[in-house]
Ligand binder design. Sequence first.
Ligand code: AMP
Length: 210
Amino acid sequence: MGMPGVGKGTQAARLCQDLGVPHVSTGGILRQAVASGAPLGLRARSYMASGGLVPDDLVEELVVERLGRPDAGDGFVLDGFPRSVEQVAMLDRILARLGQRLDGVFLLTASPAEIIRRLGGRRVCPRCDRVYHVDNQPPRSPGVCDACGSALVQRPDDAESVVRERLEVYARQTLPIVEGYLARGVLREVNGVGEPQDVAVRLRLAVGQA
Ligand code: AMP
C-alpha cells in the first residue's frame, strides 16, 4: 500500500523476483487491458483517465481470475489492491475461497512533496509496465525500456490535474483501510524515501518479520 508514486510498483516487482511469486498489480492489468482494447479495458478506461477507482465488479473479476491461476497457488504480492473498505472485504472473501491467508500489509511512506516530484519524472513502459524515473532511476538508453526495448511514456494519469484527483481518492477511499489493517495487527510501515535498493532492503526485512 501507499500513495500513488510512492514506489509500490518498483518495490513489488523486486520483492516478487526475490520471493519467486507473481506480482499482481491491478493497475498494471487494467493498463494492459486498455492498451489491448479488451472489454475490461474499454469499461475501465474512463475511470482511470479521471483518476477515480474503477467499479468493484470489474476489479473483483480481474483479481479472481488472476489469483486463480496456478502460478499464484504458492502466494503472490498484491500491488494497488485493496484500495477501499469494500475491497478489503472482497479480498477476505477471495482469500477464504482460495484457502489462502494474508501474511502482511506493507505501507510505503513518503512526504507529499516527494510524491509530486516522483510522479513528475515517472516514465513507464507501455508494454511491460516497468517503472523508471528520469533522474533517480533512468533507463540505460534514454526513453527506452531496459527489459523489452519499447519506447517509454508518461502515464496519462500522471498529468498534474489527474494526480491531484488520485491523491484525493487515496486520502478519501484508501487511507481508511490502514486503520483496519493496523487493528488486525498485520500492517507494517516501511520508509519509502531513499534509493530504491535501500527501500527494497527495508521492505524485505519487514516482510521477513511478518
Ligand atoms: P495504479 O497503477 O495502482 O496507480 O492504478 C492506476 C489506476 O487504475 C487507478 O487510478 C484506478 O483508476 C485503477 N485501479 C487500479 N487498482 C484499482 C483498484 N484496486 N480498484 C479500483 N481501481 C483501481
